[in-house]
Design a protein around this ligand. Structure first.
Ligand code: CMC
Length: 397
């Protein structure tokens, strides 16, 4: 056996070639398919960005109309899938419902199961791959909205054609509605921008999970469910929820110094700070901080923003954080916007998962096109016992 490199947490190991997202962490640069995130968040829409991520180019008008038609017409889910989601305990975490329902969605489409249909169906059949992309992008908002409706004890609303991707999601939630159930345009746009900012971030924990699971050539519903499970964790997509809980626990600006001291004593983490790739300000956090004020103008100011800004100022000038190059990440302000919009705290990771599905599918599709793809199978350094003989239970101490 040759030399084995030890790289716990893949800190320095590249495991894929990708043309999707470029990050320069030192300079705070993020680009999807070469386009700066600042331009996309200002000028594009989430569904157009999803197309860009998955197919590599911005769509022509016709390409976009076809794509939108396909995705929006796949927003309906089988009645049994809806029943399944409604069978959860009333206070089930929405992310748990989302993951389980997404995994169950694969059982409604046995033709798309490589174990039954042949392991090369997705590597060879691009048409089928596209069909699954439309289905998953379409159904993800419905599954997410059903989790919310179940949680608040209300019946699910069927999808509505003629609305944008994000508007339809808000319509199904029946959240932030104007008369006629039309979502408020400023809030729908703000959520669409948040969706653009969360759509992809190269090989983060959940996207790496998507590629890892996908490398076994399982169906993409199951792989998305697995990726969503990775996103659920507090160090990843759960951080937006954790930031708001942290700000609530701090409560007022005068409690910040004591909180910072507890972080330095390593009793707590400053949630929403730090990133494996960024050693400077996360460009998404800059955009989100501005966006927060557009939302506050409509729904009223979220009082915790004062604590967040003061906390950021203290951390950005404190040696503990500056020496470790810890800056606010995407989650530091996004949770405050979701809170101001009235979403329940435990729904925040779902709001992260919906747009990240576009990135997961882009990476999955790229991996299916890789000519020399291999199943992912990392190595380990065995540190356990050497060979020893079995001792019958009556002879053990
Ligand atoms: N608060 C306090 N100390 C921190 C933090 C933090 N948020 N983040 C990193 N550090 C310290 C860490 O203790 C370590 O110190 P030392 O070298 O003295 O042991 C040093 O900074 C390097 O950190 P690390 O843990 O080796 O960095 P990592 O790349 O393994 O972890 C991270 C990255 C994002 C998991 C981590 O920064 C973290 O836990 N942040 C808080 C959770 C969070 O906001 N997550 C969202 C990430 S962005 C969106 C997403 O991916 O979902």
């Amino acid at each position: 056996e040759g030399l084995r490199l030890f790289d716990a947490g893949f800190v320095n190991t590249a495991v894929a070639r990708s043309r999707i997202t470029e990050i320069d962490g030192a300079k705070g640069i993020l680009r999807y398919r070469g386009y700066p995130i600042e331009q996309l968040s200002e000028k594009s829409t989430f569904l157009e960005v999803a197309y860009l991520l998955i197919y590599g180019e911005l769509p022509s008008k016709n390409q976009f109309d076809d794509f939108e038609y396909e995705v929006m017409h796949h927003t309906y889910v089988h009645v049994k899938l809806a029943e399944l989601e409604q069978s959860f305990q009333y206070d089930a975490h929405p992310m748990g419902m989302f993951i389980a329902t997404m995994a169950a969605a694969s059982t409604f489409d046995p033709s798309g199961n490589p174990a039954l249909a042949g392991s090369d169906i997705y590597t060879k059949d691009k048409k089928l791959r596209n069909k699954q992309i439309f289905r998953i992008l379409g159904k993800v908002t419905t599954i997410a909205a059903m989790a919310y409706r179940h949680r608040i004890g209300r019946p699910a609303n069927p999808p509505q054609q003629g609305l944008s991707y994000t508007e339809n999601f808000l319509y199904m939630m029946d959240h932030l509605s104007e008369p006629g159930f039309r979502p408020h345009p400023v809030l729908a746009r703000a959520l669409d921008v948040l969706f653009i900012l969360h759509a992809d971030h190269e090989l983060n924990c959940s996207t790496a999970a998507m590629r890892h699971i996908g490398s076994s050539l399982v169906d993409p519903y199951s792989a998305v469910a697995g990726a969503a499970a990775a996103l659920y964790g507090p160090l990843h997509g759960g951080a937006n929820e954790a930031v708001v809980r942290m700000l609530e626990s701090i409560g007022t600006v005068d409690k910040i110094p004591a909180f910072i001291e507890s972080v330095k004593r390593r009793e707590k983490k400053l949630m929403g700070f730090g990133h494996r790739i960024y050693t400077s300000y996360d460009p998404r956090a800059t955009i989100i901080r501005k966006l927060a004020y557009d939302v506050f103008e409509v729904v009223g100011t979220e009082p915790l923003i004062e604590v967040a800004q003061a906390l950021e100022q203290v951390a950005l000038t404190d040696e503990y954080f500056t020496s470790r190059k810890l800056y606010p990440n995407v989650d530091f302000y996004s949770g405050l916007i979701y809170k101001a919009m009235g979403f329940p705290l435990d729904y925040f990771p779902v709001l992260f998962a919906i747009p990240r599905v576009a990135g997961w599918l882009a990476h999955w599709s790229e991996a299916m096109d890789e000519p020399n793809a291999k199943i992912w199978r990392p190595r380990q350094i065995y540190c356990g016992e050497a060979r020893r003989d079995y001792v019958p239970i009556e002879h053990r101490d």
